[in-house]
Write a protein that binds this ligand. Structure first.
Ligand code: IPM
Ligand code: MG
Length: 340
């Protein structure tokens, strides 16, 4: 039996997780093990990720995660536990160095995007974000009057994420860095160039500076195929890219390692502003189930079925609040299940 660990987390997480498990259960028979995670785990155990949960996740076939965090746990005190530490601990603990964030501009949602329709039409890009290195995981220091975060990358870390990007590309990889300023970016650029020349000569490669990439994402998003970038640039650019789809409530992600279970989660956060109202958009969560089926369980047909059910529900007029409509989480779930 396929084992899936479900981590609903905080905020709207516990509202959208049951809906996602319903969609998953409609496609494949799974044994689900649910655990507290993030702020909910801090409240119960004093830490965002317990050893038991990490061990359980490592033994699963895939991990489905909703969202963590909320005002209750917001603090600048480094000594206090933070919900995000659970997410970072899970990524690091499972060795999930490759984060895939596909961005498709669905015709049904063109008018929901703040960008003009003719700009976003045809956009179908993939952000490949390095997820276990860089400034997120470098040494941190803090004194009364100063602070620092180290950004470091090794050749090997750049090579393995570059391979993921080139393997996923249809035509071109746009490698995004800040090589005019940062030493890590100059290493990044050299290594990506070598990996392309030696292993993927058929894929086109271009290097774009991150500030320019941010601009092109809103001015000419449809020109991108695969965007390959380091941890923090990828964090920022993927939120920006989400708006092409109309709402951050539409973007799924897959975090993969070198063989063990992957973590599948929406890009959006725990949305404390709408928690408890039953109106959260569950579609990014359903699309994350799609990625779980594809990358975690290698069930391509089932993955496509979920994605196309979401597309058809939207084409049929489904709109949650973030998309300018008034469908509730339950109504959105029913609309997608009806299409399945
Ligand atoms: C994301 C989130 C996380 C990140 C936070 C919650 C730590 O923004 O998955 O994009 O920065 O990676
Ligand atoms: Mg982010």
């Amino acid at each position: 039996m396929t084992r899936v660990v479900a981590l609903p987390g905080d905020g709207i997480g516990p509202e959208i997780m049951p809906a996602a498990l319903e969609v998953l259960g409609a496609m494949v028979s799974v044994d689900v093990e649910e655990h507290l995670f993030g702020g909910a785990s801090i409240d119960a155990y004093g830490t965002a990720l317990t050893d038991e949960v990490l061990a359980g996740a490592a033994k699963a076939d895939a991990v489905l995660l909703a969202a963590v965090g909320g005002p209750k746990w917001d603090t600048t005190d480094a000594a206090k536990p933070r919900p995000e530490q659970g997410l970072l601990g899970l990524r690091k603990g499972l060795g999930l160095f490759a984060n895939l964030r596909p961005v498709r501009a669905l015709p049904a949602l063109h008018s929901a995007s703040p960008l003009r329709e003719e700009r976003i039409a045809g956009t179908d890009l993939l952000v490949v974000r390095e997820l276990t290195g860089g400034i997120y995981f470098g040494a941190k220091t803090r004194t009364a009057t100063s602070a620092s975060d180290l950004c470091a990358y090794s050749t090997e870390e750049v090579e393995r994420i570059a391979r993921v990007a080139f393997a996923a590309a249809r035509t071109r990889v746009t490698s995004v860095d800040k090589a005019n300023v940062l030493e890590t970016s100059r290493l990044w650029r050299e290594v990506v160039t070598r990996v392309q020349a030696e292993e993927f000569p058929a894929v086109e490669l271009e290097h774009v500076l991150v500030d320019n990439a941010a601009m092109q994402l809103v001015s000419r998003p449809s020109r991108f195929d695969v965007i390959l970038t380091e941890n923090m640039f990828g964090d920022i650019l993927s939120d920006e890219a989400a708006m092409i789809t109309g709402s951050i409530g539409m973007l799924p992600s897959a975090s993969l390692g070198a063989g063990g279970p992957g973590v599948f989660e929406p890009v959006h956060g725990s949305a404390p502003d709408i928690t408890g109202q039953g109106i959260a958009n569950p579609l990014a969560m359903f699309l994350s189930v799609g990625l779980l089926l594809r990358h975690g369980l290698h069930l391509e047909a089932e993955a496509r079925a979920v994605e196309s059910a979401v597309d058809r529900a939207l084409a049929g007029g489904l709109r949650t609040h973030d998309l300018g409509g008034d469908a509730t989480t339950a109504q959105a779930t029913a609309a997608v299940l009806a299409q399945l």
